[in-house]
Design a protein around this ligand. Structure first.
Ligand code: SF4
Length: 309
């Protein structure tokens, strides 16, 4: 066996003592954790990461399974794994092996609030943080696309600053990612075909748009009914509709939402792929409203981070 050292030398001696020394001196490649969410953007992010860093880094493709996702997401995961020639590893919170958001809502007696959702905290962020405790991660990759640069900036300010913005650097939009997947012969998850903006859980509790919920009611009436029952039982008003006054918004229960209510168009929903969306914290507040802080310092900071990768 040959062991490569940091200084470029290597060992071929297989005596027990040498192997022991070599094991201590062996320099593993730095790990890049690519969080694949079964969406088109994170699939392309994984491809770019492997192309760019696969030779110099240990690229790991990771997925947080959530039971409430559509089953076709698993088929897409397998296709992407074959396309890239890399396994996709499952990362779950050990305390919640069923990976069920619905189960967590009942356990926590809580579904969603402006500050987040318990499925996010436990099945996504909690699982990731648990994985990080046992793996030394140099960089993370998520599927932030070119039009989501502000989300990316917010994420590195509020959550992790060791993020590689591979899609943003390449200038790839969400549509570009769809096109790349289709050109590669992949069949996108059927959630997109059903008119959802992403492949997130069906009936995602972080969305308060009445347009979204009426779409769920039409396409997945059984999920709509289940969320309506659970949210009423737990006292959670999941939908935000126009209030009586100008510009006013009010929260209502799902079972109070009229099937005829017309909200904003589905495509205007700011709702990226599950991994990002679930982990996102409320927007970071700039020091002043003109954004002077970020405009002045951010590009320098970002290029330093990218250069170090
Ligand atoms: S997609 Fe929505 S419901 Fe599913 S885990 Fe993320 S925040 Fe929770």
């Amino acid at each position: 066996m040959t062991f490569h050292y940091r200084d470029g030398t290597f060992a071929t001696d297989t005596s027990a003592f040498t192997l022991l020394l070599a094991a201590f001196a062996y320099e593993a490649k730095p790990v890049i954790a690519v969080w694949f969410s079964c969406g088109a953007a994170s699939a392309v992010a994984a491809k770019l990461t492997i192309e760019r860093y696969g030779a110099t880094h240990d690229v790991r493709l990771l997925n947080n399974f959530v039971l409430e996702e559509d089953g076709d997401n698993r088929r897409f995961l397998r296709e992407v794994s074959e396309w890239l020639g890399y396994p996709v590893e499952q990362v779950a919170h050990p305390d919640y092996p069923n990976c069920s958001a619905v189960e967590i809502f009942d356990l926590r007696k809580f579904m969603s609030s402006p500050k987040g959702a318990p499925c996010t905290m436990l099945l996504k962020r909690g699982a990731r943080q648990h994985w990080e405790q046992t793996h030394d991660v140099a960089w993370h990759v998520m599927g932030f696309t070119a039009e989501e640069e502000d989300r990316h900036d917010n994420f590195i300010l509020t959550e992790r600053d060791n993020l590689l913005p591979v899609l943003i650097d390449a200038g790839l939009t969400k549509q570009d990612c769809f096109d790349i997947c289709l050109a590669a012969g992949l069949t996108l998850p059927r959630m997109y075909l059903w008119g959802y903006p992403n492949a997130n859980c069906v009936g995602c509790v972080k969305v308060n748009s009445p347009t979204y919920w009426n779409h769920v009611r039409r396409v997945h009436p059984e999920v709509f009914a289940a969320r309506a029952e659970q949210s009423r039982r737990l006292g959670v008003r999941l939908v935000r509709v126009r209030g009586a006054g100008k510009g006013e918004r009010t929260r209502i229960f799902l079972d109070e939402l009229s099937p005829d209510y017309v909200g904003g168009p589905m495509k205007s929903l700011k709702m990226p792929d599950c991994g990002i969306f679930c982990e996102e914290k409320p927007r970071f507040k700039l020091i002043n409203s003109s954004g002077t802080y970020r405009k002045a310092l951010w590009p320098t900071y970002l290029s330093a981070m990218r250069a170090a990768a």
